[in-house]
Design a protein around this ligand. Structure first.
Ligand SMILES: Nc1ncnc2c1ncn2[C@@H]1O[C@H](COP(=O)(O)OP(=O)(O)OP(=O)(O)O)[C@@H](O)[C@H]1O
Ligand SMILES: [Mg+2]
Length: 139
């Protein structure tokens, strides 16, 4: 579940419990603001980071969040990765669908992240963990 080198990512935040949710929110927002993304895009990307972090706390207890700015001559994007070594997701397609929740909540987090971001993919293995990668193109 760890195919990447964390040092490639400018931002890394450990997720160890619910007290880390506001810490992720403020650190992620402060970092994203330095990219020059619009206020609206920063709000969208930060919302995605908070939803994914909340899922880690609820379903996997701990994990990590990574962020980096991807720049080519033609476009810029913010990439967000949230990964954990928790229980994994049995049916990813079902989990991405609206209103599916094993936590007794709305089941709108993952479909919301998908809608907010331009790219979205989940890699998950039962008993091994989950990696969610999302990307948002910015101006
Ligand atoms: N990191 C994770 N590890 C294991 N299961 C997960 C993880 N993230 C999501 N899931 C599973 O996918 C389901 C859907 O996630 P989603 O965020 O859409 O909804 P929710 O967290 O249940 O509710 P909401 O986000 O609306 O409060 C979860 O109920 C859970 O079963
Ligand atoms: Mg959720």
């Amino acid at each position: 579940m760890h195919p990447r080198t964390p040092t490639e990512y400018a931002l890394r935040v450990c997720i160890d419990g619910e007290l880390d949710i506001p810490i992720v929110a403020s650190r992620f927002r402060a970092w994203a603001q330095r990219s020059g993304a619009s206020t609206i895009d920063i709000a969208r990307i930060t919302t995605a980071a908070i939803e994914l972090t909340t899922n880690v706390v609820k379903y996997a207890q701990r994990g990590e969040l990574y962020g980096r700015l991807l720049e080519t001559p033609r476009q810029r994007a913010i990439e967000l990765i949230v990964e954990d070594r928790g229980p994994g997701i049995a049916d990813v397609a079902q989990a991405i669908g609206e209103r599916f929740s094993t936590g007794g909540t709305l089941g709108l987090g993952l479909p919301g992240v998908r809608r907010l971001m331009d790219e979205f993919e989940i890699t998950s293995q039962l008993g091994r963990g989950t990696v969610v990668r999302a990307l948002k193109r910015i101006e």
